[in-house]
Ligand binder design. Structure first.
Ligand code: NAI
Length: 331
């Protein structure tokens, strides 16, 4: 019997949490390896979380090795191998951007410190809660004993959205689309790159054969998909965000690529080592391959003028966010 993988989820009583927990323990993350859940919520949401735990029990998942809940990060994060930081403060009415950064800053400084103090030595930390890149930066900078490479922000949902859009445009199954990249910030400035993506063994840009569609349709559709879902559903994407959170964690822990496509890559926002002109230490999305729990940026891709311009614009936004949280004393 393998030892359980200890997985923390924050904001576990929220909408993404409700779509995430059941799949995390039913094999989508770690196959038949048992998973122990550590669920963090704010005090007022603990009662609702107890209801979710009752439902988890009622599924009688053979791979669920235990569930603990609480509102004290140092207790909940104790010994965790994976922390999925989903809970964040949404932008309320009348809230300025600075207020939002400050409210989230309080959450992610505290959680970074708690992870630093009590997580397992091999911990990996994935941030889904928005603004994801900057929240990950804050947590990372508040956890000086955890290697910076263990922090990542989620751009896998954008990545998956981009794959789905291209597959539909070209009229192929999503499995034909590979080497997709989201560059930059998980925001409307993100840049989904079709010039290195592939459809079968052709360049995706060539397979699409319509540069105007890429600029006027594809890029804005992917970047504004979250808003389109809010408009249609009345609340923000939850099941797809949970699914992407699992995809990202599974590939990080157990490796990217699939049989016959070992050299495929995925998008993850990680601490830049200075690659592709992105300032060192900024949490920005790149093409990455993962092996045995470590990611590596795919190097050496040529960037055309459009790509360079779009990446620079998104990175400039990340620099602004970093400067704002620095000015607030959060990092
Ligand atoms: P939600 O509002 O339904 O749930 C958030 C939960 O977090 C709530 O239950 C709340 O009590 C909890 N929470 C707040 N502060 C907390 C703290 N300090 N510690 C622990 N829990 C805390 O929101 P939803 O829909 O589940 O989304 C969660 C986050 O994910 C949001 O920030 C959203 O913007 C973001 N998101 C990110 C995506 C991405 O692709 N990176 C995609 C979709 C959503």
């Amino acid at each position: 019997q393998q030892s359980p993988l200890k997985v923390a989820v924050t904001g576990a009583a929220g909408q993404i949490g409700y779509n995430l927990l059941f799949r995390l323990v039913s094999g989508a993350l770690a196959g038949d390896r048992p998973v122990e859940l550590r669920l963090l919520e704010i005090e007022p949401a603990l009662k609702s979380l107890e209801g979710v735990v009752m439902e988890l029990d009622d599924c009688a998942f053979p791979t669920l090795a235990g569930v603990e809940i609480g509102s004290d990060a140092e207790k909940v994060f104790d010994g965790v191998n994976l922390a999925l930081l989903v809970g964040a403060r949404p932008r309320g009415p009348g809230m300025e951007r600075g207020d939002l950064l400050e409210a989230n800053g309080a959450i992610f400084t505290a959680q970074g410190k708690a992870l630093n103090a009590v997580a397992a030595d091999d911990v990996r930390i994935g941030v889904t809660g928005n603004p994801a890149n900057t929240n990950a930066l804050i947590a990372m900078r508040n956890a000086p004993d955890v290697p910076a490479s263990r922090f990542s922000a989620l751009t896998r949902l954008d990545h998956n959205r981009a794959i789905a859009q291209v597959a539909s445009k070209v009229g192929v199954p999503v499995t034909e689309v590979s080497r997709m990249t989201i560059w930059g910030n998980h925001s409307s400035t993100q840049y989904p790159d079709l010039f290195h993506a592939r459809v079968g063994d052709r360049s995706a840009a060539e397979a699409v054969g319509d540069d105007a569609w890429i600029v006027d349709d594809f890029i804005p559709t992917v970047a504004k998909r979250g808003a389109a879902i809010i408009e249609a559903r009345g609340s923000s994407s939850a099941a797809s965000a949970a699914s992407a959170t699992i995809d990202a964690a599974r590939d990080w822990l157990f490796g990217t690529g699939s049989p016959g496509r070992e050299d495929d890559w995925v998008s993850m926002a990680v601490a830049s080592p200075g690659a592709y002109g992105v300032p060192e230490g900024l949490i920005s999305s790149f093409p990455v391959r993962c092996t045995d729990g470590d990611w590596e940026i795919v190097e050496g891709l040529d960037l055309n003028d459009l790509s360079r311009e779009r990446i620079d614009a998104s990175v400039a936004e990340l620099v602004e966010e970093r400067d704002a949280v620095q000015a607030l004393g959060l990092i």
